[in-house]
Design a protein around this ligand. Structure first.
Ligand SMILES: C=C(O[C@@H]1C=C(C(=O)O)C=C[C@H]1O)C(=O)O
Length: 357
């Protein structure tokens, strides 16, 4: 056995030596890119370029490595290279261990400076103030729909959407002891409680459910108090030394949350992009139908349509619309210009690469 392994391990050692040399060659070029950018004060993080690199390695991947894993590795390589130019600071809904933190790493890799914030409002404030160059905020969940606070803040902010990232959301029931003996309350963010309600009704209908600021906060509380259980990610559970009572209790096994990367950056076209806008229409018959006509006219596909009450005491709405393509594409630009003319209110939220996952 050892005789057979020895030459194979020598092969791996030789390949690793080559990988190491190549990684550092790449890192040196990234440093040069950093110097060029510093001369012109150009942005360090370029989401469109990173999306192209990640799509490219998946397209060219000959296997046997699966493309998802190749992309994970290249994301980390780019993250480390980028950190040699400058370590980007990213605000997110904390504390550490939340799905928002996972979304940060999914987009930026782990060579970033995370800035955990107490609320979605604070993520916007920290990014607007420049304390963080980017913020990561939840936009919608596949089971529960829009994250209304984010949509409302998008309306007011001067920031743009620079990118998006979707992550699978798996909730686990956890407690200090790993059992439900003596547990009086199950804590989680209200969204997580909603995403697990069928399972909770079937399994623990008589235990009180309490909504807290975040799942990670619930995990922290459960770590302090054996009478509390938490619904959170297992990452958060590990952080607060919880035992798993039952993994993956979310009602939808494909539960996902989409996050927006917000910042000052207007991302350039990557070749596979999306544009987000907010609109309001005059209060008259057929207005919404008419409003969307420019999309059909210019062959622009709509991928999302969400409404929010305008909260001005009347039955008026803001419409959050995502379309395929970048504002620098002629058809999208023309459709947007016409929409803007027609609408009672129009705001471009940004154009950015479609998320890989
Ligand atoms: C090297 C660059 O800077 C960053 C790092 C990248 C990389 O390592 O490939 C890609 C884009 C940027 O976020 C670049 O802009 O090309």
């Amino acid at each position: 056995m050892t005789d057979k392994l020895k030459p194979l391990r020598e092969k791996i050692d030789a390949i690793d030596a080559q990988i190491l040399t190549l990684l550092n060659e790449r890192a040196k070029v990234a440093q040069e890119v950093g110097h060029v950018k510093a001369e012109t004060n150009a942005p360090v993080f370029r989401p469109e370029r990173e999306a192209q690199v990640l799509r490219g390695v998946a397209e060219r991947n000959p296997g046997p490595m699966v493309s998802f894993d190749v992309q994970t590795i290249f994301r980390e390589i780019m993250s480390a290279c980028r950190a040699l130019e400058k370590r980007v600071t990213v605000a997110y809904l904390g504390p550490a261990g939340t799905f928002s933190e996972q979304a940060v790493y999914q987009q930026f890799g782990t060579a970033v400076e995370g800035l955990p914030c107490a609320s979605i409002d604070e993520v916007f404030r920290a990014t607007e103030a420049g304390t963080a160059e980017f913020g990561v905020v939840p936009v919608e969940n596949s089971s529960e729909g829009a994250i209304n606070r984010t949509l409302d803040l998008m309306l007011q902010t001067t920031l743009l959407i620079s990118g998006e990232v979707a992550i699978p959301v798996h909730h686990s029931l956890m407690s200090k002891t790993g059992s439900m003996d003596g547990v009086k309350v199950i804590c989680a963010h209200s969204q997580a409680l909603a995403q697990c309600q069928v399972w909770l009704n079937q399994n623990y209908p008589n235990i009180e459910r309490r909504a807290v600021a975040s799942n990670a906060e619930a995990a922290r509380m459960a770590g302090d108090d054996p009478a509390m259980a938490a619904i959170a990610s297992e990452i958060a559970g590990t952080r607060y030394k919880l035992g798993v009572v039952k993994p993956h209790i979310q009602d939808d096994p494909h539960n996902r949350t989409r996050f927006a990367i917000i910042g000052q950056l207007q991302t350039l076209p990557s070749g596979k992009d999306q544009t987000s806008i907010v609109l309001a229409v005059p209060n008259k018959a057929g207005a919404v139908y008419q409003l969307l006509a420019p999309l059909a006219k210019h062959g622009v596909s709509m991928t999302r349509f969400e409404s929010r009450p305008a909260r001005m005491g009347t039955w008026e709405y803001y419409f959050y619309v995502d379309v395929e393509g970048h504002i620098h594409n002629e058809s999208v630009a023309k459709a947007m210009a016409e929409l803007k003319d027609e609408a009672a209110f129009f705001k471009l939220l940004g154009s950015y690469p479609v998320s890989l996952t």
